[in-house]
Design a protein around this ligand. Structure first.
Ligand SMILES: [Zn+2]
Length: 445
């Protein structure tokens, strides 16, 4: 990871500093205070309310994240007990979290897994069943169509890039494109046959479904209700696809079997999900919290790296594995920072997708059952409320689009908190057990 940072962020610090100056000049010429206000306007139509909304959501989400972080830290401390001394400040060293940017913790699931059951390797199963990138795309399309949403277009099938072409340079970062030209919508990604990529396909296809749904709007409204909405569509669908119920039907994994305690299987499932969706929340927020401050000049170039790590600590409780001076520029290791793409849309997406999901589950008749068990496959009712909202594009303020679909005008943390409540209750008990054990050990000494 250290090497990655040497060849990425470190190399671009000067260029980034210059880019910030240029972007601010452009912003001021257009009547904005700084580039931060430009970004907030692009993604959310308004400026003042968005940052307050971020802070309010984060206050509501923090207890869930903190419980997860404590749980994960305890597990890691135990796992590395002979090799690594953890910092006293309660943080986790970033290199132990199994992700280049420590932006989610999904790949350390095996270390933190609540119960030692159902050790299936989904990637192997996909390969064994003859899945190819094309078949994965077909399956994703099938799910969307089961909701009454349209098939991908002819041009999509002809012109998308779904595997890395030989002998050509390509930015493999997955993306979806609206060419604003009849039915020309495309995805560009370098698909491998894994469950993660399967999820990414649903994500990108969600963008394309949105493009198609608002195709008949005037050009200025051919966009998402806000940036977060666009990112949330495909994830909402993937949340249903990834349920054990659906995966069992689809590829015969995660099926309930006689010997397996359903509560234990549930906790494993929710933990895996939390390592992806909950762990991401503070990261999704701080990337732009950081850049807004950079654009506004409250973070100066001579403190770019130290302020970055301060924020990593404040929001994520993550620390660098070794001291990081100002000769480095660690935020630059992240694609969206290097490519200057606004990021807070992902934070909102991770919250609002659970609102979309809950609304679609209700529409599909999934009530009186835990939210995380809901798979709305084949529910045209669920598809219709999603499609009707998507058709609006950017023609209505986003609170109206949200209200039409979910009945509320606010982006709210309630749904994601409700979704993870069973895990939250379980982690509280586990974390308390660990604290009690530690206190006992201390008093013995
Ligand atoms: Zn996306």
């Amino acid at each position: 990871m250290g090497k990655w940072r040497d060849v990425t962020g470190k190399q671009m610090k000067k260029k980034f500093t210059r880019l910030v100056e240029l972007q601010n000049t452009g912003a001021k010429d257009n009547g904005y205070k700084s580039q931060a206000e430009v970004w907030l306007t692009i993604d959310f139509d308004e400026i003042n309310g968005v940052e307050k909304m971020c802070d309010k959501l984060w206050t509501e989400l923090k207890p869930l994240y903190s419980e997860l972080l404590t749980y994960v830290r305890n597990k890691l401390v135990d796992f590395y007990r002979d090799d690594i001394t953890f910092p006293d400040d309660g943080s986790i060293p970033a290199h132990l979290l199994g992700n280049m940017w420590a932006q989610d913790f999904e790949s350390i699931f095996d270390i933190v897994r609540p119960y030692d059951i159902q050790n299936e390797n989904y990637d192997d199963v996909l390969k064994d069943q003859g899945y190819t990138p094309v078949k994965m795309f077909m399956k994703a399309q099938e799910f969307y169509m089961s909701l009454g949403l349209p098939r991908m277009t002819r041009k999509f099938r002809r012109k998308s890039i779904i595997v890395k072409p030989a002998g050509r340079k390509l930015v493999c970062h997955a993306s979806a494109w609206d060419f604003f030209d009849d039915d020309d919508f495309r995805i560009k990604m370098c698909t491998n046959v894994t469950m993660d990529y399967f999820e990414t396909i649903h994500h990108e296809m969600g963008h394309v479904q949105y493009f198609m749904a608002y195709e008949n709007q005037p050009v200025v409204y051919r966009r998402g209700a806000n940036g977060g909405f666009h990112e949330a569509i495909g994830d909402t669908i993937a949340n249903a696809v990834r349920t054990p119920q659906h995966l069992c039907e689809l590829i015969g994994v995660a099926c309930p079997s006689p010997g397996v305690d359903t509560h234990e299987a549930d906790m494993n499932y929710l933990m895996k999900k939390a390592l992806l969706k909950v762990a991401f929340l503070p990261f999704g927020l701080l990337i732009d919290k950081y850049r807004w401050a950079v654009f506004r000049g409250t973070i100066k170039p001579e403190h770019y790296n130290s302020e970055w790590w301060k924020m990593r600590m404040e929001y994520q409780m993550i620390s660098p594995p070794s001291p990081r001076g100002e000769e480095y520029f660690d935020p630059g290791a992240k694609y969206h920072v290097a490519a200057s793409v606004p990021y807070v849309r992902y934070f909102f997406s991770f919250v609002v997708q659970f609102q979309f999901y809950e609304a679609m589950c209700k529409a599909a008749g999934h009530v009186h059952k835990p939210l995380h068990e809901c798979d709305f496959f084949n529910s045209v009712e669920a598809g219709t409320i999603l499609h009707d909202m998507m058709k609006l594009g950017g023609s209505k303020p986003w609170p109206e689009a949200l209200e039409q679909m979910t009945g509320t005008r606010d982006i709210s943390a309630d749904s994601i908190i409700r979704y993870f409540q069973p895990l939250m209750d379980w982690m509280k008990i586990e974390n308390k057990k660990t604290t009690d054990k530690q206190t006992k050990l201390k008093s013995k000494k």
